[in-house]
Design a protein around this ligand. Structure first.
Ligand code: NDP
Ligand code: MG
Ligand code: MG
Length: 334
């Protein structure tokens, strides 16, 4: 069973008197900075000068500095700029300003695990990764609840890395909910696997394929949209709130029987075998290499695929149908 830490396992005093630099005032950054400050800790924020989030941090009452300055005067440095930008920010502004005994922190393990950032030996390297977006991390803190998080130690120079990371987790409210111990390897590899196979890749392909099959067979796109996309939310909400069995419990017996007998013809042994292959590509670093090269080449494949997603027929019909449902808070990405 996983090791889980709660409030009683963490001591905020470990970080008292240590300045914490929050690098990047975005989704995670604004929540971590505000929660840590409200926990009585000393926070300085860094972001890109002249951007909206820099101004927002100033408005929120923080001392805001350039990354290098913030790192120089801090002992804990949490890197919360986008993952693909982290290596550049690290080598331009963080690496040369780290001091012996500092703690370098992340909320996702990709760059450390795949050696895109190689930190000096004389710092602690840890992760505190909330299992929720920043606005929920902030809101739950203000409501005295907290969002669960993962904690991991990659490098323990001081011998106190875990205690310091747990104190940080307590500072953002996570130990109220529970903080699960993991490793940079486990967090990174399972995160990539989940988004590729299930959450983003698998779900998107399943929706498009089932939509295409219905439309090819002559059914109206509007009807197909409701059946294969719109109603997915009802099902996911049930699974999210009660687990898969609660979903089966809530749908009709016809849906139960049809789903339980047909589902395995969609996710076949061959599909599982492909999942194992995808996992291997993640574990060997093959996926990471491919993605890093794709970025270096200015994302030709990425841009082409994204354009195809944007132009899939389900997007057009969805846009019209969502107008009929004003209670759905639309997201316009044009
Ligand atoms: P965001 O994109 O929301 O925020 C990133 C922030 O960094 C923005 O304010 C951005 O400014 C700023 N920034 C960009 N470039 C620079 C730069 N060169 N120097 C200084 N600041 C810069 O990121 P997230 O909060 O989503 O992600 C941060 C980390 O948290 C990632 O490692 C992610 O994997 C992890 N994470 C995210 C979760 C989430 O739900 N969002 C959940 C758990 C972990 P601007 O917008 O002006 O460019
Ligand atoms: Mg994830
Ligand atoms: Mg991810």
């Amino acid at each position: 069973m996983a090791k889980i830490y709660y409030d009683g396992d963490a001591n905020l005093d470990v970080l008292k008197g240590k300045r914490i630099a929050i690098i990047g005032y975005g989704s995670q950054g604004h929540a971590h900075a505000q929660n840590l400050r409200d926990s009585g800790l000393d926070v300085v924020v860094a972001d890109k000068k002249g951007t909206r989030n820099w101004d927002k941090a100033v408005e929120d009452g923080f001392e805001v500095k350039e990354v290098a300055e913030a790192v120089k005067e801090s002992e804990v440095i949490m890197v919360l700029v986008p993952d693909n930008i982290q290596p550049a920010v690290f080598y331009e502004s963080i690496n040369d300003n780290l001091k012996e005994g500092d703690m370098l922190m992340f909320a996702h393990g990709f760059n450390i695990h795949y050696n895109q950032i190689i930190p000096p030996k004389f710092v602690d390297v840890t992760m505190v990764a909330p299992k929720g977006p920043g606005h929920i991390v902030r809101r739950m803190f203000t409501e005295g609840i907290g969002v669960p998080a993962l904690v991991a130690v990659y490098q323990d120079y001081s011998g106190k890395a875990l205690d310091k990371a747990l104190a940080y987790a307590k500072g953002i409210g996570a130990t109220k909910a529970g903080v699960i111990e993991t490793t940079f390897k486990e967090e990174t590899e399972t995160d990539l696997f989940g988004e590729q196979v299930d959450l983003c890749g698998g779900v998107a392909e399943m929706i498009k394929a089932s939509f295409d099959v219905l439309v090819e067979a002559g059914y109206q796109p509007e009807i197909a949209y409701f059946e294969v996309l719109h109603e997915l939310k009802l099902i996911v909400d049930l699974i999210y709130e009660g687990g898969i069995y609660a979903m089966w419990y809530s749908v009709s017996d016809t849906a139960k029987y049809g789903g339980m007998t047909r589902g395995k013809r969609i996710i076949t042994e061959q599909t599982r075998e492909e999942m194992r292959k995808i996992l291997k590509e993640i574990q060997t670093g093959e996926f990471a290499r491919e993605w890093i090269l794709e970025n270096q080449a200015n994302r030709p494949v990425f841009n082409k695929l994204l354009e195809m997603e944007k132009n899939h027929p389900i997007e057009k019909v969805g846009k019209e149908l969502r107008k009929m449902m004003p209670w759905i808070k639309g997201i316009d990405v044009e």
